[in-house]
Design a protein around this ligand. Structure first.
Ligand SMILES: [Zn+2]
Length: 202
């Protein structure tokens, strides 16, 4: 059933041909011929499992293209940026400069490494007190399970430097194309009105 008709036919012919002599060996031969394929794919699974397991269990241990040390980050970030981007703190609701910022065009970039993260048109008003986006620039944001504070939430970080952005929430019923809310700290973001240059880079 798992074999293609052609393969079944070949196997059938093969076993017919040798059936009278050594049926047991024929069976072994089938197994021997088939075994390398499942073995190869099986051995790939634990490897992939380990890969994904490690990437989702700890964001801080993941390798991002931008691998600056804490000291290097301290040199370029102010105290509040370091606390939020590198230590996963959260700015008070309603305090951020981009909370009520709704430009027609432009790109929000990572305040740490300047990677483009969100387009202006992906921002929406959620009333939650933090900038909210219904989607990100493809691949710009990486998700991790966050079990801090006795809750299971999905943390979002910059895919380029691992900087903490905030959390993403699903199924809240906002009238957006995705029904997702990327709840992002303003402190984690910079804004560039130059949409076109950033987009071609993204
Ligand atoms: Zn970044």
């Amino acid at each position: 059933m798992r074999f293609s008709p052609l393969l079944s036919k070949v196997l059938f012919t093969f076993s017919n041909f040798t059936r009278l002599r050594t049926p047991h060996l024929v069976h072994q031969a089938h197994l021997a011929r088939l075994r390398p394929v499942p073995l190869r794919s099986m051995s790939g699974i634990p490897f992939l499992g380990a890969l994904f397991g490690s990437s989702s269990s700890s964001s801080s241990k993941m390798s991002y293209p931008d691998q600056r040390s804490d000291d290097e980050w301290r040199a370029v970030l102010n105290k509040e940026q370091f606390r939020i981007l590198r230590e996963k703190a959260t700015e008070p609701p309603g305090s951020g400069k981009f909370d009520k910022h709704y430009p027609e065009e432009g790109v929000y970039t990572c305040a740490g490494c300047q990677a483009p993260l969100y387009k202006a048109k992906q921002k929406f008003s959620s009333g939650c007190g933090w900038p909210a986006y219904f989607d990100s620039i493809p691949g710009a944001v990486t998700r991790h399970e966050d079990k801090a504070f006795g809750m299971t939430r999905t943390e979002i970080v910059c895919s380029n430097c691992g900087g903490h952005l905030g959390h993403v929430f699903k199924g809240e019923g906002f009238p957006t194309p995705t029904d997702e809310r990327h709840c992002v700290n303003s402190v984690s973001l910079s804004f560039s009105p130059d949409d076109k240059a950033k987009e071609s880079k993204a």
